[in-house]
Design a protein around this ligand. Structure first.
Ligand SMILES: Cc1ncc(C[n+]2csc(CCOP(=O)(O)OP(=O)(O)O)c2C)c(N)n1
Ligand SMILES: [Mg+2]
Length: 299
């Protein structure tokens, strides 16, 4: 979670320096992503949307691989087969149908693979998503739908998007549905584990709607101050998922050891140099070791 937050900072700076064409931050959604993807098995297949950087890092995709696509140096920065993590999908909601079709293949192959599809509250208004709910339920397919309800679809708030919440809509299609505080990494992990178990047992698709908040702009081309009240951001900053988990870990460590844990802060210079260098350069061992250390600490 901390690495994803740091990556967002770096990517925003790189975009402002002209090194990246665009970046869509996952700032504020780290608990929803890390809590959920860490509840899956490595053999499960993930279809992300375009903002799942924290989930991608957990899967082992490097910051370099994530950045190269947004630098315009490649169509996609990684080979999905290496991580069971598909390319980003920018056409809203399409990945839910890709996941549903993939799940049909998984059933034919046998085994107990879970196919996860990440999408947003706005994407849920696309017909593709309703089709995916319906077909996955009708065919009893092993799809785990994961909706990050971050309150906004660019400048459109959820109050203007729909009358029925996503988890209730999915339930109407026959998809077992869960609703969770998406800024609580442990709660997301617990709920996603239960939902994935249902799917893995062959009991059909499930959906988790995680309530969270996109703390930065939609993308580096967006200025959220034009449409969002500062009070709304302040209210969600008080529920910042990274700070919440850090508070919990520190309190736990204090209880166990009687003193606060020491914090090692990685310097951005530890790995930033590798990021803008181009598509073919492999991640440095420094990046890999920081990633392993920090993800294990945070999740
Ligand atoms: C089919 C389609 N329609 C419109 C767009 C333009 N668009 C890109 S992102 C976005 C908002 C998506 O909001 P949400 O699904 O809530 O995801 P978030 O960006 O909040 O993570 C829109 C309308 C698109 N990419 N694809
Ligand atoms: Mg949204």
């Amino acid at each position: 979670m901390s690495l994803a937050r740091r990556l967002d900072h770096e990517a925003l700076a790189l975009q402002r320096q002209g090194e990246l064409g665009l970046w869509l931050p996952c700032w504020g959604q780290e608990a929803a992503q890390v809590g959920s993807v860490s509840a899956l098995q490595d053999t499960d297949y993930v279809f992300p949307s375009y903002r799942e950087h924290a989930a991608a890092l957990v899967r082992g995709i490097s910051p370099t691989e994530l950045l190269t696509q947004w630098r315009g140096a490649t169509h996609a920065g990684w080979d999905p087969k290496n991580y069971n993590f598909h390319f980003y999908s920018l056409v809203l909601g399409t990945q839910t149908l890709h996941a549903t079709g993939y799940a049909m293949g998984a059933v034919l192959d046998g085994g107990d693979q879970v196919v996860a599809a990440y999408f947003g509250d706005g994407a849920a208004s696309q017909g593709d998503v309703s089709e995916a709910f319906n077909w996955a339920a009708a065919q009893n397919l092993p799809v785990l739908f994961f909706c990050q309800n971050n309150q906004w679809a660019i400048s459109t708030p959820t109050s203007l998007q729909y009358r029925t919440p996503v988890h209730e809509r999915a339930a109407g299609f026959g998809v077992r549905s869960f609703y969770v505080d998406g800024n609580d990494a442990l709660a997301v992990h617990a709920v996603t584990t239960e939902a994935a178990d249902i799917v893995r047992r062959g009991e059909g698709p499930a959906l988790v709607e995680a309530v969270t908040f996109r703390m930065a702009g939609h993308s580096t081309s967006d200025d959220p101050t034009k449409y969002r009240a500062p009070e709304e951001l302040a209210a969600w900053e008080a529920k910042d998922p990274v700070k919440r988990l850090r508070t919990l870990l520190e309190a736990t460590a204090r209880t166990r050891r009687g003193s606060p844990p020491s914090r090692r802060r990685s310097k951005s210079s530890d790995w930033r140099c590798d990021a803008p260098a181009g598509p073919s350069k492999p991640p440095s061992s420094t990046i890999s070791s920081i990633r392993r250390t920090r993800i294990r600490t945070a999740s």
